[in-house]
Design a protein around this ligand. Structure first.
Ligand code: 3PG
Length: 212
């Protein structure tokens, strides 16, 4: 059993993809998601406060499992670890990131989960060769949605996917019904308008509506 599988036993199978512009939103947003049964929180490093948000949530919301998203290079990978990220998600996979992941693991510097992104069969083959069996499928809906995941189930039957990109309340259950989908990722629970208006009750409600 992988560490991600262990986490998934304690949370609904959805990684909330979160963009934080205002650091003061990090903790109340995280508390709302956790209250709604969503514990896997991917804080994207697309804003200046992303790393600080990871630190604050780690310190103040112990029930959350906090990760860093949009990690595209080795510098951000290390910064995410230093900020306390328990998992790291990247939209794609580079040789630099593979080397970095192996290096921090073999040095015993980090025992978190790296979820690299793939969008093609060749990328899956590279990821598998590098030892990754659980992968983000991105951008899921744009590259074929459930159809491509069904097609990959044949040649890549040992791979578990976390589709992300274009997933919503209307279609998430179709993805979760696929045997090779371990969880999904989505930003709709914390969409920008809810964050700017600090509508934590609505975020909690949206989390609560997710059926495992
Ligand atoms: C991501 O950053 O992983 C995706 O862009 C999230 O996709 P969504 O906004 O369509 O949920």
């Amino acid at each position: 059993m992988t560490k991600l599988n262990t986490w998934l036993e304690k949370t609904k199978p959805l990684i909330a993809v979160i963009v934080i512009d205002d650091l003061s939103h990090a903790v109340p947003m995280a508390k709302a998601l956790v209250a709604g049964g969503i514990h896997l929180l991917e804080i994207t490093l697309r804003t200046e406060v992303g790393l600080a948000a990871i630190k604050q949530i780690r310190d103040q919301v112990p029930e959350a499992i906090v990760g860093a998203g949009t990690v595209c290079n080795v510098k951000d990978y290390q910064s995410a670890i230093d900020a306390g990220a328990q998992f790291i998600v990247s939209p794609g996979l580079t040789t630099d990131l593979i080397e970095k992941a192996k290096q921090v693991e073999s040095a015993g510097q980090w025992d978190g989960v790296f979820l690299p992104g793939v969008a093609t069969a060749s990328e899956i083959m590279v990821a598998k060769q590098a030892g990754f069996a659980q992968l983000k499928c991105f951008p899921a809906s744009a590259i074929g949605g459930c159809s491509i995941l069904k097609a990959w189930a044949g040649p890549f039957d040992s791979v578990g996917f976390c589709p992300t990109g274009g997933i919503s309340l209307d279609n998430y259950q179709s993805y979760l019904s696929l045997p090779n989908v371990i969880c999904i990722g989505g930003s709709w629970l914390t969409e920008a308008s809810l964050m700017t208006t600090e509508n934590w009750p609505e975020i909690e409600l949206r989390a609560k509506t997710i059926q495992a």
